[in-house]
Structures are given as C-alpha cells and as structure tokens.
Design a protein around this ligand. Structure first.
Ligand code: SAJ
Length: 407
C-alpha cells in the first residue's frame, strides 16, 4: 500500500493516478476540510481530467484521511517555501510529516520526498529524524527523493508522459520506487543518488527562471531603444540554437519564483546569476506599474477604479493565484498610492479575492476605460476585439491590433 501525504496540487493527482492504476492508496492531509471535501467528491482545484481520474481512483477504493496509516511506502508532497531572510529552503512541513509518520513505520518502509528541496536537505533534516526515532536509515527505513515535473494546466498528461528522476541510497530501493511510479508513468525514469536528484529538480526550475528573466530584461532594453521585443524574439528564435521565452508581468506560481532562492540561500557567493534573474523577475510587477502610470498620465486618467486588471491567476487557464503577478501589482499600487479601489476580473477565479472584483467579463469592461492585460487566458485571446475601444496595456502580447501599449 502507498500513502500519499499532502493532497495539494501535486499530491492529489499523484494519489489519484496511482489508485486509478490499481495501486492500493490512502491519501493523508492535515486539513480536515480538504479531506471532508475530497471524501464528498468535491475536488479542491480545477485541472483538466482530474474529475475523471477521481472517479477511477474512487472506483478502485482510494481512501482520504487525516490519519497516518502504516504503509510500505509514504510519498510526501507538502509545500516547501523559503525562509524570508536567508532564502534557504524551509523544510518544516516535510519535517512535520516525517515526524508524524515515523511512529507507524514498519521495518523496510520507504519514505519518498516529492516536494522540491535544495541539495542536502534530506541528509541535513530528514536522516537525523530517523536516528532520533532510534531507527537506521538504509536499514529500518529507506529514503528516496522523487521530484515531480508536471505543469499546471496539463498535469494529467504530463504525469503520464514526462520523464522522471528518482534519487535513492542504492539501486535496490531506487528500483522499488521506480516500480511504483512505473504503474502510471510512461516516461523514462532515471535512478540516481538523493543529492543528485535534489539538485536536478532545483536546477530545472532555475533554468526556466533565468530564461524568463532574460526575456523580461530584453523587454526593458527594447522599451528604452523603442524596439519591438516580440518581433526581435520571433526573429532571433529562427536561429536553430536560440529559444528565447516570453516577457511577462512577472513570474508567479509555487515553484519558479521559489526554488532558485534555495540555491541563492545555500550558495550566496556562487549563485550570482541566479540571484540577478530572481531580482529581474521580481521587479516586473513594479515595471508594469510604471508602464501603467505613464499610460494613465498620457490619457489623463486619475481614478484607479477606471483601470481594469484582467487576469488574477499566475498564468493562463489555471485557477491558481499563488504568487500571481496581478496580486503583486495590486500590492505595489497600494504601497505607492494607498488603498485604491481597483477593478479586476478573472474568468478562472470564482471566489472573491480582492475588492472591486467583477465576475462577468462584459460588466467588467463596461466599468473601465483602461485594461491592463496580465494573463493570456483563452477567453481574452478569443475575445480580444472586445477591447478595441479601450485603452489597453497588454503585458502578454495577446492583442493583435494597433494602438495597444505593451511592456
Ligand atoms: N512565464 C513567463 N514567460 C514565459 C513562460 C512563463 O513570464 O515565457 C511565467 C508564467 O506566466 C508564470 C511563471 O512564469 O507566471 C511560471 O509559469 P511556468 O508555466 O513556466 O511554470 P509552472 O510554475 O507552472 O511549472 C513549473 C514547470 N517547470 C519547468 O518548466 C522547468 C513544471 O514542469 C514544474 O513541475 C513546476 O514548475 C514545479 O512544480 O516545479
């Protein structure tokens, strides 16, 4: 039996995937409300195919609980934020989960950490817990790291098809963990040691952060020089070995704005480029605010509620608002101009997140003169002509018509 601990964005689809492929699965979460909701058949976030997967997993007897049961393998998928000051990984949730599960572990239990962690985290924080419990890692309890690589918006297909990495103390345990993931994963699974697996995961998200930062920096340079950054990226990308990403209003989500900090926190002397990239990406909401203010000034707009922010999620077609550039922009506006009444709208966000939030696209449009496009949801891509008589600051290069302000 496999116990998945932490039924969030990664743990839930993983638990459902394993169960729907015939593995006996228990899903554990400390949040009683979340467990009650899952038991009642209400999914806690939206994702294509998650509903069908839930049905298949339920038919195969998946159980949701707040208890920690004995199991041959525990997969821990809890959040790993970073420490505000030091930027080092904050392993508290993993430590808590391991402490709670150790008392029910039998000889030979495998603890798999899925959460992203900086290299050395398992050795530094998890092995000592096992010793403290009077057990021996590698003898009584086995440790492994199996970081995920799935992208919100295409999670189910990526869970099935992406290659994966498994880090373990030796090939025997690595192969055992691999066999469990192979029940649903058709991608190549590389087995390596734990620190290599830890580093690989952090390095992948850092690669993306640095490349997005490059695109964002180019947008700023092109603005100074009066050049069209999108045209330049399009032409440059015709080079066979160049693939520049897209500038945007900032980098949100729960991985890319966080994981690179782990390296900066642990290797401040060496991680210069990584830190600079983080700073460039974190500067983007303020840059959007500068652009927004210059358009307002040019057109004599003084009231913020006549400005509409389109898109509150961290990226297109997901309902996830964690670390979303729009929320950072709202915070920046309030820092600079005090509590302003803002107008905003997002087709994916049904609950009320902030004041002045509309839930109908047309009502939102009627209420504003100036639209700041922050997320390239399909809805706006398909309806961009509705913006033709508005002032528009398009931070995602969606609007194909003239007269639109860009980054
Ligand atoms: N973004 C840009 N320009 C781009 C691409 C993205 O501004 O050209 C922005 C997005 O709008 C968003 C942020 O970056 O705000 C991050 O979005 P994303 O789609 O790049 O990444 P995530 O956070 O949804 O998922 C990433 C993925 N990692 C990589 O692509 C290396 C995913 O595979 C990981 O599983 C996930 O992080 C994770 O959980 O680690």
């Amino acid at each position: 039996m496999v116990n998945v601990i932490g039924l969030g964005y990664i743990g839930l689809p993983t638990a459902l995937m394993l169960a729907s492929h015939g593995v006996e699965v228990i899903g554990t979460d400390i949040d009683q409300e979340r467990v009650a909701s899952l038991r009642a058949g209400n999914l806690t976030f939206q994702e294509d195919g998650l509903g069908a997967l839930y049905q298949a997993a339920s038919a195969n007897g998946i159980v949701f609980t707040t208890e920690y049961p004995a199991a041959e393998m525990h997969i821990i998928a809890v959040p790993t934020p970073f420490e505000e000051d030091s930027k080092k990984v904050k392993a508290d949730y993993i430590i808590e989960a391991v402490k709670k599960v150790l008392p029910v572990c039998e000889d030979g239990t495998i603890l798999v950490i899925e959460s992203t962690i900086s290299p050395g985290t398992i050795d530094k924080f998890i092995r000592p817990l096992i010793l403290e419990a009077g057990l021996k890692a590698g003898v009584d309890i086995h440790l492994a790291h199996a970081p995920e690589r799935i992208i919100p918006g295409n999670m189910i297909a990526e869970l099935e098809n992406n290659n994966r990495t498994i880090g373990a103390d030796g090939p025997e345990i690595g192969e055992k963990v691999k066999a469990v993931y192979e029940t649903f994963c058709r991608g190549k699974i590389t087995v390596t040691d734990i620190q290599t697996a830890e580093m690989t995961k952090v390095v992948e998200n850092t690669f993306r952060d640095i490349n997005i930062a490059y695109a964002n920096e180019l947008a700023k340079i092109c603005r100074v020089q009066g050049l069209d950054v999108y045209k330049i990226i399009e032409i440059a990308n015709q080079h066979p070995r160049v693939n520049i990403l897209m500038p945007g209003p900032g980098v949100g989500g729960h991985c890319i704005p966080i994981d690179p900090w782990f390296l900066v926190g642990d290797f401040p002397e060496q991680a210069r480029l990584i830190r600079a990239a983080r700073e460039v990406n974190d500067s983007m909401p303020d840059y959007v605010l500068e652009r927004m203010c210059s358009v307002m000034e040019q057109h004599g707009i003084t009231e913020f509620h006549r400005v509409g922010l389109y898109g509150l999620t961290y990226k297109a077609n997901v309902d996830d608002v964690r670390d979303a550039p729009a929320l950072q922009l709202i915070a920046a506006i309030r820092r600079r101009f005090g509590m302003q009444r803002l107008s905003c709208y997002d087709p994916m966000v049904k609950r009320n997140l902030t004041e002045g939030q509309y839930h109908d696209f047309d009502e939102f449009l009627n209420a504003v003169d100036f639209v700041v496009l922050l997320v390239d949801h399909d809805e706006i891509k398909q309806n961009s002509e509705k913006l033709k008589d508005k002032l528009v600051l398009d931070t995602r290069n969606i609007c194909p018509f003239d007269g639109v302000y860009r980054l």
